[in-house]
Design a protein. Structure first.
Lengths: 411, 411
């Protein structure tokens, strides 16, 4: 049927348009207005002859007063992209409205309000955009919606979701969702991820999460805590993994059943608050054998006061870094994380680590380097240096997990 | 028995010393010479009264002409460390001889020659030490040993093992081994890792590998290809994982049975050759949202011509990096890897990636960022820029795996 002009009867209305590829098997038409419209159920479909006159019909956005309302804020990325058949490359083109309408299953879960905030690939995300997004999410929640979905490119989704976690205290679910395969590919994960994110957006969760495929099949999505997740594979649909923690839960697909395992904040538990200052002069440096510590001075001389080091093993750098770190730590927040990614930083075991602690370097515990960087930007934007140092060691929104016996720790 | 003074009869010799903690359950004595000696079998043990006169006995290093000879080169690290009970910190103290003698099971596998090359924690490793080590390994192989074991701190073991892989063409196994828990802890993995490494050192392998615990139990070690492994956990004994490939094989413990799955070079397949130049002015830069491209100029102005970027997703950076990358690529080797770590870089899918390719950035395929950095140092040390660019794309020693259907790739 793809590509055919059809007339669809659904309830007491009739729509005409071209049949589009549909990842969920529902019927999706491209209307002459340029909008797409999707049908889970319809009464009748007729293929239209080329000589028939076509009528422009505006898409309906009927509200069901018995259903909760969810805002979809679109920022771009693969979930909002399709292949440009002229160049062969993938570009962001769909709008939030289109995303919502190409997956009509969402309308069975909630009423949708959709807005495009950005239309960028996520590698072009910047801290200043995080702030804009935080304010837009805040505005939606303030309006009284039951939840907010943010569609986002997957490359830096975990950086953005971490930033929103620190900036926004939310009483409702804020759900980041992306896709690893664009909507017009048969293996696209955008429809199932979106449907699962809508389930989470009306759930009992009261925190910022990332919802993405949990396996390479279409059987469930995982709900990851925003500050504990990272993209761990370049291309697999289950690329997102919770690191050093359990996921918050899972959404079975297509049943939509939610199983929660590790919830931190429930719906309504926190007041809506925003604290969106960020100190952008912060840097993440990955250590490697032979890296000269002059890189620390380079940034320090340019006014940087926030440093996250991705050290080796339990959190080490070469001992010829100690002297420079001693100086930098005088007026800067310097946090050690590990390029192992899994496990906890512990600088009390080996000589080098003890030297780092004496210099004033803070152990980043079990935070990912990415989350530690975003936390550094946020702390230095909102607190003085001493407060920032104290808060870096404290779990604020789930970014640091307590030591537990099931994690095999050396510390 | 620990701490007791004993006299041990073994064959026609008698030894006296203090019983030491033993991770394998064998009997280990500290002799008055300062050496440790271990016994798997012995005829008789007598506890010595405090009034008995003690006799100093030099440790034996008897050669069994029917067994192959393996060189153990010690560089330091946890496998060669113990707790300093004065400061509570762990320091490198054991010598290679002591390592060999505290694990007498090794003597049942092979004759041992042991030398200490360095005594440093591995975060202090530097490219210049890699070169020294390559020459020492070369010298041992030249002497005709059946294999070489390098004991190494785990933090940067995968950087060193990668460097040796590129620098040294070896006809015999070169086995890197470390420990996540020091020898005097009950949970130490040093004895079992060492015993497994000895099995590999006399096996049919003809390449550089890393042998470490494959599970959190003591049931097997994995044999990782040196250029495909990384330390993926700060503290677990099974911290080392082969990334984007199968391990070379496994060694069952304690049986010593070796199962090979993914061998690249067999014993005797390659000639012994060394090519140990390195260009140290190379840098690995991890990208994050907001990172200013001025960091590229900082290094380029200082004469750096080797750049490895740890980009996002399939291998991206912000599009405001393109202009600087265009300039840098004129006279530099710039390779893109992914901070996802798992999966393959593919810059042909999205606009940003295509801009990177046009600028002259090379796709790092499925190499880890760490291996790509070491390869860059080695290529620029031994080839001109054009050759280096060509060779960066080619699999030399197993660092790039062909695309196969069992890896779900977007490219």
């Amino acid at each position: 049927m793809e590509g055919k002009r059809v007339r669809v009867k659904s309830g007491n209305r009739t729509y005409e348009g071209t049949v589009m590829p549909s990842p969920t098997g529902s019927l999706v038409l491209k209307l002459d207005s340029g909008y797409n419209i999707g049908f889970v159920e319809y009464d009748d479909v007729k293929i239209i002859g080329e000589d028939e006159r076509l009528v422009k019909i505006e898409p309906p956005l009927e509200r069901d007063p018995d259903k909760p309302t969810v805002s979809i804020l679109s920022t771009g990325g693969t979930i909002a992209s399709r292949v440009d058949y002229r160049t062969g490359a993938v570009t962001s083109q769909f709008t939030a409205e289109e995303i919502a309408m190409i997956v009509p299953e969402i309308s069975e879960i909630c009423n949708i309000e959709a807005r495009e905030i950005f239309s960028i690939l996520s590698e072009n995300m910047k801290p200043e955009y995080w702030r804009t997004l935080a304010r837009e999410i805040y505005r939606e929640i303030k309006k009284g919606v039951s939840g907010v979905i943010v569609t986002h490119g997957t490359d830096t989704m975990h950086y953005t979701s971490s930033a929103i976690s620190f900036m926004l205290s939310t009483p409702v679910p804020v759900v980041f969702v992306g896709a690893q395969r664009s909507s017009d590919r048969p293996s696209s994960d955008s429809a199932s991820n979106l449907i699962c994110s809508a389930r989470v957006a009306v759930s009992d969760i009261g925190e910022v999460v990332v919802v993405m495929h949990g396996s390479t099949s279409d059987d469930y999505c995982l709900i990851h805590r925003a500050v504990k997740v990272r993209k761990n594979h370049t291309s697999r649909r289950d690329a997102f993994k919770t690191v050093n923690d359990f996921p918050v839960g899972k959404v079975l697909y297509p049943s939509g059943k939610i199983e929660l395992r590790n919830l931190m904040f429930s719906r309504g538990e926190r007041e809506l608050r925003i604290r969106d200052s960020l100190e952008e002069k912060c840097v993440l440096i990955k250590f490697f054998p032979g890296l000269n510590p002059e890189i620390l001075n380079f940034y320090h001389e340019r006014g940087y006061r926030g440093f996250v080091i991705e050290g080796t093993g339990l959190g080490h750098v070469s001992s010829d870094w100690i002297e420079t770190l001693n100086e930098i730590c005088q007026d800067s927040l310097v946090t050690m994380t590990s390029q192992c990614l899994n496990g906890r930083v512990c600088d009390r075991v080996y000589d080098t680590g003890r030297d780092l602690l004496r210099a004033g370097v803070i152990e980043g515990e079990d935070m990912t380097p990415e989350t530690a960087l975003v936390k550094t930007m946020w702390l230095l934007g909102n607190y003085d240096l001493d407060q920032a140092r104290d808060l870096m060691r404290v779990n604020l929104v789930g970014e640091i997990r307590d030591r537990t016996e099931w994690f095999e720790d050396a510390c």
